[in-house]
Design a protein around this ligand. Structure first.
Ligand code: CP
Ligand code: NVA
Length: 307
């Protein structure tokens, strides 16, 4: 059966670990496997802007011996004239996999149902599972075994990143704290899915509103933009509502002394994080950005092996 990565809990704990192991191997030698040699093509479709995702998939697909076909939805029939499932049926006859950055998770689900090639969520309004593979890889490199580590997310708890930290974090056996105003708390169905997974792995999810309490003793401090793509009209309200959840030097001083700071980028310095933190000694954001390449290559190799 074709495997897809639409949300973080599509991977079991063992599968996630296998992909991270493979990513570390591929990072040591970028050109050691060529599953796309031929070359085969991978379609990479963008409904929203991107720098890291676009570059890392294009470079990664080329590393694996294939050709990336970058499609902007605005110049394709997908953006209105054709359904995701019809588009999928056209693409599957010609490409090895489909990577799609979009708005609604339902579009990805319908794309995946309509095709026999793997579909990868390159960010939706609800989840960003590719980013999480890179983030977990980065945390492993800097902090060792993921199981039992405490990760504290600050800001918009209902965002794609917060949801993905919950699902992917507990899949790795981590303790995930999501700290936000109550009106920005994570979606209940995602909390329930994370709790189910946590019961299998020994991880946990805790929703908090007190930023200082959430920072205390954490191994990983993380935040994300307060204004995700598609939320631009809410910008003023969000800057006001989330202002108490900025990651500052004080936040870092409350965390474990060996804590690292991560951020998926792009960042708004002075809003969700102070420059002294993101540009400071505990920040590993550039390793994290590089790891998009290695993690996504491992994901592609792994998905193609299941075909
Ligand atoms: N972190 C991330 O997905 O960045 P881009 O929006 O630049 O792809
Ligand atoms: N939450 C952000 C992540 C960007 C990579 C957004 O959706 O815009």
């Amino acid at each position: 059966m074709t495997r897809h990565l639409l949300r973080d809990d599509d991977l079991t704990s063992a599968e996630q670990s296998e992909i991270l192991d493979l990513a570390l191997e591929l990072k040591k030698d970028r050109w050691q496997v060529k599953p796309l040699a031929g070359p085969q093509t991978v379609a990479v479709i963008f409904d929203k802007s991107s720098t890291r995702t676009r570059v890392s998939f294009a470079v990664g697909i080329a590393d694996l011996g294939g050709s990336p076909l970058i499609i902007s939805t605005a110049n394709s029939q997908l953006g209105g004239k054709e359904t995701p499932s019809d588009t999928a049926r056209v693409l599957e006859r010609q490409v090895a996999a489909i990577v799609w950055r979009t708005y609604a998770q339902a579009g990805l689900e319908s794309m995946a149902k309509g095709t026999s090639v793997p579909v990868i969520n390159a960010l939706s309004d609800d989840f960003h599972p590719c980013q999480l593979l890179a983030d977990l890889l980065t945390i492993r490199e800097h902090k060792g075994d993921l199981k039992g580590l405490t990760l504290s997310f600050f800001g918009d708890g209902r965002s794609n990143m917060a949801h993905s930290y919950m699902l992917a974090g507990v899949t790795a056996g981590m303790h995930v704290r999501v700290t936000s105003p109550e009106s920005y708390a994570p979606r209940e169905d995602v909390v329930a899915a994370a709790d189910r997974r946590a019961a299998e792995t020994g991880g946990s999810v805790t929703l908090m509103t007190d930023a200082n309490e959430a920072a205390a003793g954490a191994d990983v401090i993380v935040t994300d933009t307060w204004v995700s793509m598609g939320k631009e009209e809410e910008k003023l309200a969000r800057l006001r509502d989330l202002s108490e959840y900025k990651v500052t030097d004080e936040t870092m001083s409350l965390a474990d002394p060996g804590a690292i700071f991560i951020h998926c980028l792009p960042a708004d310095r002075g809003y969700e994080v102070d420059a002294s933190v993101i540009d400071g000694p505990q920040s590993v954001v550039w390793d994290e950005a590089e790891n998009r390449l290695h993690a996504q290559k491992a994901l592609l190799v792994w998905l193609l092996r299941q075909q």
